[in-house]
Design a binder for this molecule. Structure first.
Ligand SMILES: [Zn+2]
Length: 498
């Protein structure tokens, strides 16, 4: 069993604040409304003409192996008088996670792009407020301090961003401070100060282009910047094109299988998934492979973590080729599938976790069989075995709904396993329920493709899912979902699934 996707709810570049309502008398209220409208028009007018701010990050790698990553952020463009900069830690923000930010200094930016007067940087909760930034922008220097990868901690989140003695791995939402409530334009990231020609050991998920200052990487937007993993370490890097998607593979450590065997397996899995959806979810993807720091005890045997276009596979160093084709294939296929379901088909809230995780697990197993990596018998053994153990025999069955367990995915091992097993069964049973009504084989496939094709219409909600089910199969699944997924009526286990 593994821990699947840890979705980071990417902090977008705008926030809305509500003021508490006061008891204002009517006449005074009219005057205040008029004043308010004038003020609003002024603010709006200013915001309409304000050009988007360009963000240029320079990440200093010299101290990375010791856990010290210094970052210089140039925010170019007119800035508000008070600008909050924050670490968009999201779900991953855990004080025990150990990746902490300390501001160092800030300056105004002059019209010709030079550093001007020093600025005050005031701490405010998890953010820092920049006071009196100028019309051309500001430069902010801060330090990210990383925990050492050797630290034993039962929480995998503490191992996402870490130094290793030879290098470091950082998650975008830990390292890139973001200006709050500001339209963001172009984003660029440079890595500097890497001793020994660091670029050869640098793994990033974004496209890069050469410049006089070295390679400049260009994340697509704020979410692409923060939902990413970057590694600079003892990595062996490989790159291959899978169906129009550039897949970069960074392997660290010694394994019983060759890197090329792993690359070949990923190719096979990627091709099967791209064939299922018709096109890749992104133009590029990064897959990092490292040893699992949490073997045994309360941890999981294998971890697959997925953020944006980046996948991290944390595996037991003792595993051999058979484990690779069996267990690792399943984790890798699962995390790659999230590129479509979870990232492109993006849920609005944790209310849909059961579907994202359940359908991903169910489809991963089916595609492993279709691509010949697993036999149908092996898929039955693994998937039905998990469902029997963690759903059918779980003390949570009939007491906690699958949707509720999946909302609190990381609460504890029992809940996590129940949520995955229950979600997988729910996806399979929903497919079977639809098949009974439509007479078609695997009608849920068309629903998934439909959701992918319409991903631009907005994030996935229960209502959108129900609409897609109605559209594709003419079936109203509301009551069925209410009973079995959002309610506690147990789902029966089928005799065979594959
Ligand atoms: Zn997952």
């Amino acid at each position: 069993m593994r821990l699947g996707t840890m979705h980071h709810a990417g902090k977008r570049d705008s926030t809305v604040r509500h003021r508490p309502k006061g008891g204002v008398r009517p006449r005074l209220a009219m005057a205040l409304v008029a004043l308010g409208l004038i003020a609003l028009a002024a603010v709006w007018g200013r915001q309409r003409v304000r050009a988007p701010t360009e963000l240029a990050y320079a990440v200093e790698l010299e101290g990375a192996a010791r856990g010290q990553v210094d970052v210089t952020l140039q925010a170019r463009g007119p800035l508000p008088r008070r600008l909050r900069l924050e670490q968009p830690g999201g779900l991953f923000h855990d004080p025990r996670g150990g990746a902490t930010v300390t501001p160092l200094a800030a300056w105004n930016l002059s019209g010709d792009g030079r550093r001007g007067a020093p600025l005050v940087l005031r701490p405010e909760g998890r953010a820092w407020t920049l006071i009196d930034a100028g019309p051309h922008g500001a430069v902010v220097q801060y330090r990210l301090t990383l925990p050492h990868g050797g630290a034993a901690d039962a929480d995998i989140r503490a191992h996402l961003s870490r130094c290793s003695g030879t290098g470091a791995r950082v998650a975008g939402f830990h390292v890139f401070l973001l200006p709050e409530a500001l339209p963001v334009g172009a984003i660029s990231v440079r890595f500097v100060g890497a001793p020994g020609g660091g670029a050869a050991r640098l793994a990033v998920p974004w496209p890069g282009a050469g410049s006089p200052d070295g390679i400049v990487y260009a994340p697509r937007d704020v979410r692409d910047l923060t939902d990413a993993l970057v590694a600079w370490d003892d990595l062996r890097l490989h790159e291959q094109d899978i169906g129009g998607c550039t897949v970069r593979l960074g392997v660290r450590g010694t394994w019983a299988f060759a890197d090329r065997e792993l690359a070949r397996l990923l190719l096979r899995l990627g091709e099967a998934e791209i064939a299922f959806f018709g096109s890749p979810p992104h133009r590029s993807m990064l897959i990092l492979v490292d040893s699992n720091p949490l073997r045994g005890g309360t941890g999981f045997e294998y971890y697959g973590l997925h953020v944006g276009h980046s996948v991290l596979l944390l595996l037991d160093p003792a595993l051999g080729w058979n484990d690779l084709a069996d267990k690792v294939a399943s984790v890798a296929a699962h995390e790659m599938f999230h590129g479509w379901l979870g990232e492109e088909i993006c849920p609005q809230s944790s209310d849909l976790n059961w579907f994202i995780e359940g359908a991903t697990s169910w489809y991963t197993a089916r595609l492993l069989v279709d691509s010949g990596v697993w036999t149908a018998r092996r898929a039955e053994e693994v998937v039905m075995g998990r469902i029997a153990q963690h759903y059918a025999h779980s003390p949570l069955r009939g007491r906690v709904s699958i949707a509720e367990a999946a909302r609190g995915m990381l609460r504890d091992g029992e809940t996590t396993r129940f949520a995955y097993a229950g979600g997988t069964l729910a996806a399979e049973r929903l497919d079977a329920w639809l098949a009974e009504r439509s007479g078609r084989t695997h009608p849920l496939d068309a629903v998934l493709r439909d959701l992918f094709a319409r991903r631009g219409e907005g994030p996935l909600t229960r209502e959108r899912l129900e609409r897609a089910l109605r559209r594709a199969q003419g079936a109203d699944a509301h009551a069925w979902l209410d009973r079995h997924v959002y309610g506690i009526e147990p789902l029966p286990c089928p005799a065979a699934m594959f």
